[in-house]
Design a protein around this ligand. Structure first.
Ligand code: ATP
Length: 252
């Protein structure tokens, strides 16, 4: 069940934002999408999930996916998780009967939901409203929800942005394990290049809407590329696990 994207193009407000992006992810692969602010990472992820109109081809299981099918098999976790959520209008009206709906949740599903909350340390918060938990806790909750959906493809926009050091690892380890266990494909937009490199099977570097490089982290993260794409002088060393460590020195 490989994800293939060919010549994806997205225009917003009359401007080309994503330009002829092609990529491929094998089942179980965790890919990291990197690139400077405004490179087009969120736009690419939203277009892949069917939330933005795009041109080009997106296929999974060798079948081309239209917009509706993408929304079915691809889960997207946005960058800015406010106290609101991405519920549809229909889901919102159904929630008006939440109490009676709640009674009809099968026992095994309720147990699985509890386990999913517990996995991210959220079990004790289950009675709270979304505006009464912290930004990081909301990020954990929506990640738990995205995994609970069991999608074929999981798109995460800066999933660790609001999280402390430990929870960054909890989240990336959980996604890594989910991909390995279920063959799910995950693509995460990330700004922390060292953290991304630690978990990436593949890195995809976006610059001004174009894919500038893709492949193993050690091939994508080079001193020259960080200079060219990010305008940053950096040192790169290899960790004991053979993963690149990026030490940014100065903006050039
Ligand atoms: N609705 C819109 N209309 C016009 N331009 C837009 C719109 N949304 C985003 N853009 C522009 O598209 C470009 C890419 O934005 P996008 O949010 O995809 O970048 P990004 O790589 O995710 O950035 P960041 O790392 O800052 O989150 C930016 O120049 C942005 O200003």
């Amino acid at each position: 069940m490989t994800l293939n994207v060919k010549d994806l193009e997205v225009a917003l407000g009359g401007a080309a934002i994503v330009k002829r992006a092609s990529l491929s992810c094998a089942p179980g692969q965790f890919a990291m999408l990197i690139g400077p602010n405004g490179a087009g990472k969120s736009t690419l992820l939203k277009a892949l999930s069917g939330l933005l109109p795009s041109r080009g081809h997106v296929s999974l299981k060798e079948a081309t996916l239209g917009k509706a099918e993408r929304q079915e098999v691809i889960a997207y976790m946005p960058q800015d998780i406010g106290p609101t959520s991405s519920l549809t209008v229909l889901e919102v009206i159904l929630l008006g009967r939440l109490r009676s709906l709640g009674l009809s949740v099968p026992g095994d599903l309720a147990e699985a939901a509890q386990a999913a909350l517990a996995r991210f340390g959220l079990a004790a918060l289950q009675g709270r409203t979304l505006d009464a938990i912290s930004g990081g806790q909301r990020q954990l909750l929506f990640l738990a929800q995205a995994l609970f959906r069991q999608p074929d493809v999981l798109l995460l926009d800066e999933p660790t942005a609001a999280l402390d050091l430990r929870h960054q690892l909890v989240v990336l380890e959980a996604v890594r394990k989910h991909c390995t266990d279920h063959g799910t494909i995950a693509i995460a937009a990330m700004h922390d290049l060292t953290l991304a490199a630690q978990f990436a099977d593949q890195m995809i570097c976006l610059s001004q809407g174009r894919i500038e490089a893709k492949g193993p982290p050690e091939n994508v993260l080079t001193v020259d590329r960080l200079q060219r794409v990010y305008g940053v002088e950096a040192e790169i060393s290899l960790s004991a696990q053979g993963r690149p460590n990026v030490m940014p020195l100065r903006a050039s």
